[in-house]
Ligand binder design. Structure first.
Ligand code: DP6
Length: 359
């Protein structure tokens, strides 16, 4: 259910900066912040960049001197539009660019449903804005103008934390560091290192009731939060090693435990946040049963939503897809669901594009 047409902006014409930024799925979750204003996470996280679930954004200098952001194909909620406009203000403040922008953006997947649309969205917005202001025609060009991946990650992070991990392809480690300023985002391994697939079972396309930014704030009230933080360095070590040695079973075991732990923190915080739906919960149990009884070579993870990411190696993807179609049909109990067939991706891109005037 990837909307795989070639999108074109409908309100912008002329020479536009066009950015494409992928979503990412966290293997070690970013959950809880030490400082929400400075976007300083409570812990390190590690993600896999996707290729199909992505945001495409076009930007141009505003002729009328007023920022405008719009979402192609549907309407921005007031909150989303306000967040995007705030981010443009923040970028201007940090970079010294002053011009207002007209921006149009498009998601290849349902937004706000636990597929990290804020990650791809704020990564794409940052790239498009910097491209429009600086005149850069590629990421390489942007780097020569002083906007390399680290600078871009720092800028994107302020829009949404997980966006900083979408500036690289492959496996990406966001280190919390000892201070907000010493955070870093680095590539652990490129996409060609390990061809993993992420089959995303979409049980619901509804925007979630409690946004992740709000829910991050509750994390520290959970009695499980401090024990989680204390144990995370060990988990990170195991996951990093599993990626480096391409040990799928070791990775899967840890990633499932990690997702369940984050959801336990969510459910035991005050107020309690419950992102898992009955269908997703039935599906998790069924996938585990299928793995134990039939050897289905797949593991799950979930972000802040009811949809389930099923990870598998490319060589097993057909077998896993067939298995999870049957499992999801049972778990959904006559409700609709769909599956996005995604995989590890190489990261974002930026270029200039000409959109002719329309009559
Ligand atoms: C559950 O990046 O959406 O997806 O920084 O407040 O925008 P803000 O939060 P966001 O949080 C993502 C949380 C997560 C786990 C993860 O992606 O690591």
């Amino acid at each position: 259910m990837i909307y795989d047409r070639k999108p074109l902006p409908t309100t912008l014409t002329g020479t536009l900066t066009h950015s494409v930024a992928p979503s990412n799925i966290a293997l070690i979750k970013y959950w809880g912040k030490r400082d929400a204003t400075l976007q300083w996470p409570a812990n390190d996280s590690l993600s896999m960049t996707l290729s199909q679930a992505r945001t495409e954004t076009w930007a141009t200098i505003a002729g009328d001197g007023v920022d405008r952001v719009s979402l192609l194909g549907s309407a921005f909620s007031e909150n989303q539009a306000a967040k995007a406009l705030r981010h443009l203000n923040y970028l201007r403040e940090r970079t010294g660019f002053t011009q207002r922008l007209h921006v149009e953006t498009w998601n290849s997947f349902p937004a706000s449903a636990g597929i990290a649309s804020s990650a791809s969205g704020f990564a794409a917005l940052t790239l498009a804005a910097i491209g429009a202001w600086s005149g850069a025609h590629s990421l390489e060009h942007m780097a020569t103008l002083g906007y390399g991946p680290s600078t871009l990650a720092n800028l994107a992070r302020r829009g949404s934390g997980s966006a900083c991990r979408s500036l690289h392809g492959g496996f990406v480690h966001w280190e919390a560091g000892e201070s907000p300023e010493s955070q870093s985002v680095t590539s652990l391994a490129s996409a060609s290192h390990w061809d993993l697939c992420d089959l995303i079972v979409v049980f619901s396309q509804q925007a979630k009731a409690v946004g992740s930014t709000e829910a991050h704030e509750f994390a520290k009230t959970s009695p499980l939060f401090q024990p989680r933080l204390a144990a995370l360095p060990e988990r990170l070590h195991i996951v990093r090693r599993a990626v480096q040695t391409r040990d799928f079973a070791a990775l899967g075991r840890e990633v499932e435990a990690e997702a369940l732990e984050m959801h336990s923190v969510m459910m035991t915080s005050t107020p309690s946040v419950h992102y898992m739906s009955p269908a997703s919960s039935r599906f998790l149990a069924a996938l585990r049963k299928s793995r134990h009884e039939l050897g289905t070579p797949a593991y799950f993870t979930m972000d802040a939503g009811p949809n389930v990411h099923v990870l598998c190696e490319r060589r097993c993807a057909d077998q896993v897809l067939e298995a999870i179609q049957a499992l999801a049909t049972d778990a959904a109990e006559n409700q609709n669901f769909s599956i996005i067939q995604d995989a590890i991706g190489t990261g974002p891109s930026v270029h200039k594009t000409e959109v002719p005037l329309r009559c």
